[in-house]
Design a protein around this ligand. Structure first.
Ligand code: NAD
Ligand code: UDP
Length: 313
């Protein structure tokens, strides 16, 4: 049966892939975005589809539509962008959650929250299971995002307990792929763009901090499986690729795959930058029968091919 599905942040990196996949599956999709970090180019190819509708809308304001499911992705995800207007970042997470939960309550829609591994902060437990409560600064420059997302999770669980709203909470670990904004400052897009332009690769700190990178197609599969998971399974559930790399390893791999002559330069590590991060995906394996299939090298090749089409050297 055709479902009416709202995707907030649908013109962004993950949202655009999600809209495409939901349309392919025969759904009616409403994409709501204020274009803060999203780009119309990401969804341009969907605009002719009669089952795709684009709304310019800021989720800090209420939205009145009739839907069966809501994927709440609206929020800038890269440190450069979420720190540009930190007050708006917290408002987007908190008021956006309240508005989408209110909409879900009125329409009896199922609602999925795009939460983040940042709720674990700079973790003392490694890898991070969902039961780990996190080590997060309330006052640092990442707090607008981390604490906003933590409060959004709290709201989701309170609407679940207090108002019986059908919720699904997904903790997304670093994800990469085509449609990433080339200017948004995330490490994969930065390094690829710098390598393709032959510019210096900007390594923050000693480059020995780690991240685990998930290719976007794997991530979207996990997201859809979570939305369709058994009644009563709320999460939170980690979705990410446990393959863990240092930033130096990432830079060297990108230099190799692009055949670039770029050199690595070392710059100060930003405040509160987590030292290590790796998802424990035991719960996703058990509840969603999900695990990632695309290895870093394969995903990087696809991502580099995309950036070659939009970056002029
Ligand atoms: P993105 O910046 O590409 O997309 C976010 C989208 O939300 C953009 O289109 C932006 O214009 C829109 N947006 C921002 N504020 C809005 C507002 N107030 N009202 C309406 N739209 C608004 O980022 P992304 O990587 O696609 O991330 C999508 C979601 O997934 C975010 O909620 C992010 O926190 C979460 N997430 C992403 C990652 C990752 O590695 N990509 C990791 C953890 C969590
Ligand atoms: N990073 C870097 N150079 C860059 C951009 C990021 O060394 O040009 C580092 C950053 O300090 C962090 C890691 O790469 O340690 C991942 O950064 P990103 O902003 O992609 O994600 P997050 O820190 O939110 O996981």
């Amino acid at each position: 049966m055709k479902k009416r599905i709202l995707v907030t942040g649908g013109a962004g990196f993950l949202g655009s892939h999600l809209c495409e996949r939901l349309l392919e599956e025969g759904n009616d999709v409403i994409c709501a975005d204020n274009f803060f970090t999203g780009d119309k180019a990401n969804i341009e190819h969907l605009l002719d589809n009669p089952y795709f509708e684009l709304l310019r809308h800021d989720v800090t304001f209420p939205l009145y539509v009739e839907v069966d499911e809501i994927y709440n992705l609206a929020c800038p995800a890269s440190p450069v962008h979420y720190q540009f207007d930190p007050v708006q970042t917290t408002k987007t997470s908190v008021m956006g959650a309240i508005n989408m939960l209110g909409l879900a309550k009125r329409t009896k829609a199922k609602v999925l929250q795009a939460s983040t591994s940042e709720v674990y902060g700079d973790p003392e437990v490694h890898p991070q299971p969902e039961s780990y409560k996190g080590s997060v600064s309330t006052t640092g420059i990442r707090a607008c995002y981390d604490e906003g997302k933590r409060c959004a999770e709290t709201l989701f669980f309170d609407y679940y307990r207090q108002h019986d709203v059908d919720i699904k909470v997904m903790r997304i670990f670093n994800t990469y792929g085509p449609n990433m904004n080339p200017d948004d400052g995330r490490v994969v897009s930065n390094f690829i763009v710098q390598a393709l332009k032959g510019e210096d690769i900007t390594m923050f700190g000693d480059g020995l901090q780690t991240r685990s990178f998930c290719y976007v197609d794997d991530l979207i599969e996990g997201m859809i499986r979570l939305m369709n998971s058994r009644d009563g399974f709320t999460g939170p559930v980690n979705i990410g690729n446990p393959g863990e790399f240092t930033m130096v390893e990432l830079a060297e791999k990108i230099i190799e795959l692009t055949g670039s002559s770029s050199k690595i330069i070392y710059l100060p590590l930003p405040q509160d930058d987590p030292l290590q991060r790796q998802p424990d995906i035991t719960l996703a394996r058990k509840e969603l029968e999900w695990e990632p299939h695309i290895a870093l090298e394969e995903g990087l090749k696809k991502t580099i091919a995309y950036f070659k089409t939009i970056v002029n050297d």
